[in-house]
Design a protein around this ligand. Structure first.
Ligand SMILES: [Zn+2]
Ligand SMILES: [Zn+2]
Length: 421
């Protein structure tokens, strides 16, 4: 037997091709198991010994074959006396040879089948090796993810952003997070931040900080809520589902590690500036006669705005607002975490701008160039052709393009009268 497990199979291949070697082939397992019988039973022991001599002659072979005949007969017809008829012996030998050929043919076929099986096993082995490498890479990725989540000090009870994000990406697909997840975060932030101003208006709480003296009726507030829920489910959610491939194409990712805070902050500042620019021109266009009458007037139904009116608009305007919000992220291809943070800040900003309340702690008192509630409330209470203040977040676009003149005059008058927020 050769060193290769498959080689012995080939060894038998020679049997088929050459009759002279047929006698080397052990054709009965019982014979193989009995070493004492292997040569004598076959009757070739003497033959081998004779052949080992150099230049063994045909004459000798012929003599030996006659000696082998009894043994051959004992194999072919066990228990019967050896045949003496040469033709009978020759016939038996021929029969034996044919049997050996058949056996050899079977073994050759068996060998080929085994070779094929070995080939398949080798292919399986390669596949398993690839799978092993893939699993190894996956294991390393998960270990890195776990390492990133363990960076928070143990004494911090609340989960860090990375821990929370790791939980989300291991339990949900990116598609689920980017679509339904984004929708649920938006709804939660929007309604939780918008409902307090309705409560303040109804209860009279913080009335000294209310910008307008007028208040909305309960019916008007409820109508706003019902329509918002309807639009959010029928417009916002389908748009989020459909736009996911576009975000993927633009480079959206959700894997850990999270981007560095400096990247997140700089991207979000860029989104605010770009959104404000796009919103300014879009909003200014919406205040042209036809667009205002057919689209934007719905948003202006509430001359005394409250937080939730920020997204109360015609579906076409909702799409425009959505476009202005996602244009920045689409250009930079953000991390999903950055996208969510940006959306949360943008929602809080627009809800605050429509809240109808200017508190001492309102962000416009601290952030330079920030518009806030007082800036946008003016836009809602003045006739649409004269309102100005079209920007969403900052005040510089209206100042640059001269669309805040009315508001600045009013502020100057209020300052003279001693009104100071
Ligand atoms: Zn407007
Ligand atoms: Zn508005």
């Amino acid at each position: 037997m050769g060193s290769n497990p498959g080689e012995w199979l080939f060894d038998y291949g020679g049997i088929v091709g050459g009759d002279s070697y047929a006698s080397d082939f052990i054709w009965d397992a019982r014979v193989i198991d009995d070493p004492s019988a292997s040569s004598t039973m076959l009757g070739f022991g003497v033959l081998h010994n004779e052949d080992n001599r150099p230049n063994g002659s045909l004459k000798k072979r012929t003599r030996v074959e006659s000696c082998a005949a009894p043994d051959l007969c004992s194999i072919m017809d066990p228990g019967k006396p050896p045949k003496t008829d040469k033709f009978a012996i020759l016939s038996d030998a021929t029969r034996l040879l044919n049997q050996l050929r058949l056996e050899a043919k079977k073994f050759k076929e068996s060998n080929e089948a085994l070779q094929e099986a070995i080939k398949n096993l080798k292919a399986d082995k390669l596949e398993l090796r690839d799978e092993k490498l893939r699993l190894k890479a996956e294991k390393e990725r998960i270990e890195q993810m776990l390492k990133a989540t363990r960076t928070a000090p143990q004494f911090i009870a609340q989960p860090t952003a990375a821990t929370l994000h790791a939980y989300l990406i291991t339990h949900f697909s990116e598609f689920q997070l980017a679509t339904v997840g984004t929708f649920l975060i938006h709804e939660s932030v929007f309604f939780l931040s918008g409902l307090p101003s309705i409560y303040f208006e109804r209860s009279g709480l913080f009335s000294k900080y209310k910008i307008q003296k007028k208040s909305n009726t309960s019916e008007a507030q409820e109508k706003c809520i019902v329509r918002l829920v309807l639009y959010h489910v029928c417009v916002n959610l389908p748009v989020m589902l459909v736009s996911y491939p576009t975000f993927r194409f633009m480079g959206l990712r959700s894997s850990l590690p999270l981007p560095h805070w400096s990247v997140i902050i700089s991207q979000i500042i860029f989104y605010f500036i770009l959104e404000d620019f796009v919103f300014y021109w879009g909003h200014r266009t919406l205040h042209t006669k036809w667009l205002y009458k057919h689209v934007h007037s719905i948003h202006h139904e509430y001359a005394t705005p409250f937080g939730l009116t920020s997204e109360y608009a015609h579906p076409a305007e909702i799409l425009f607002l959505g476009f202005a919000t996602v244009v920045g992220p689409a250009l930079t291809g953000p991390h999903l975490f950055t996208l969510w943070l940006w959306m949360i800040l943008r929602v809080l900003e627009t809800v605050e701008a429509h809240s109808g309340y200017h508190f001492p702690w309102s962000p416009s008192n601290f952030l330079p160039l920030y518009g806030g509630a007082d800036f946008h409330d003016y836009h809602h209470r003045v006739l649409y052709t004269k309102s100005g203040n079209y920007a969403s977040t900052f005040v510089y676009m209206d100042w640059l393009f001269g669309t805040d003149k009315g508001y600045r005059k009013l502020k100057a008058v209020e300052e003279v009268e001693g009104k100071n927020y």
